[in-house]
Write a new protein. Structure first.
Length: 278
């Protein structure tokens, strides 16, 4: 793993930026050739104001179609670049499906990815083939069968802890699938939507959507809860047919330690990832 840059180069300062986006018309966060991505849009907007090319580092690299209301990035910009009304200026440049919510000068050793303690995701489902209202269609997945919330929570609890989640992740060369899942809990809100809170130190590619698909198999009666434990133990890849749609998934929060602990957290994260990959 490449050693992360924990401090900006001489003549630059690091910004911590919180942003939100509707992922519907994006091919995910990360820059891709000839594709519209959130990273490309953000970097182009900042570069236009900074008058130099910039590179952003993100807390959670969301997939195509996944949304965010509490994404965090850092970017190093020239010290002489003015920060007055920077958020307003960026939002004037950006399309309306990306919004800058907050900009701060980052504390020393802040790294958006490696300093993070945990990421928070929400997944929304409307079951029993109920009609999804037009304003909810972009952030809610549909399911044709009724789903038992108690069964969902029973099965979800079997996934908590530190495990190798290879069965629930798409393979990426050089990437670890060992994660610590701290929270996976379902509730039905007042309007009848099923809402999952999923919290972990980090997530691998398509992990949340695979976790949702597996739990739905239990909740609608096709599988027993013990099937979840078997998947986890055997590391058998869940069929792609069980990967739930991206539109139901939203990254809504990222936790960081106090400023004095940022450097130590980043070093620990890098060391752990290197150990897991070896």
């Amino acid at each position: 793993m490449t050693e992360p840059t924990l401090y900006p180069e001489s003549g630059f300062r690091r910004l911590r930026i919180e942003l939100a986006y509707d992922g519907t018309n994006f091919s995910g966060w990360a820059t891709q050739p000839d594709r519209r991505t959130v990273q490309t849009c953000i970097e182009e907007a900042i570069s236009k104001i900074a008058r130099v090319d910039v590179e952003t580092i993100v807390a959670g690299r969301t997939d195509a179609g996944v949304h965010a209301t509490g994404q965090v990035i850092h970017v190093d910009v020239p010290e002489e670049m003015g920060l007055d009304d920077l958020g307003y200026k960026l939002n004037r440049i950006l399309d309306e499906d990306v919004r800058i919510n907050k900009i701060d000068i980052a504390p020393p050793a802040f790294h958006a990815r490696f300093s993070a303690l945990r990421r928070y995701y929400e997944y929304r489902i409307l079951d029993e083939n109920k009609v999804i209202p037009p304003l909810a269609r972009l952030n809610t997945a549909s399911w044709y069968r009724p789903l038992d919330v108690d069964l969902m929570n029973h099965a979800s609890a079997l996934l908590l802890g530190t495990h190798d989640y290879a069965a629930f992740c798409k393979y990426r060369e050089g990437g670890t699938t060992i994660r610590t899942l701290e929270t996976y809990q379902w509730r039905r809100d007042r309007e009848g939507y099923l809402v999952a809170d999923v919290v972990a130190d980090a997530f691998c590619y398509s992990m949340v959507r695979n976790l949702v698909g597996a739990i739905v198999c239990v909740a609608d009666g096709r599988k027993d809860p013990e099937w979840i434990s078997t998947l986890l133990e055997n590391k058998e890849r869940v069929s792609d047919s069980l990967v739930f749609p991206a539109r139901g998934l939203t990254l809504y929060k990222v936790d960081y330690p106090d400023a004095a602990e940022l450097l130590e957290r980043a070093k620990k994260t890098v060391a752990r990832r290197e150990e897991e990959n070896n």
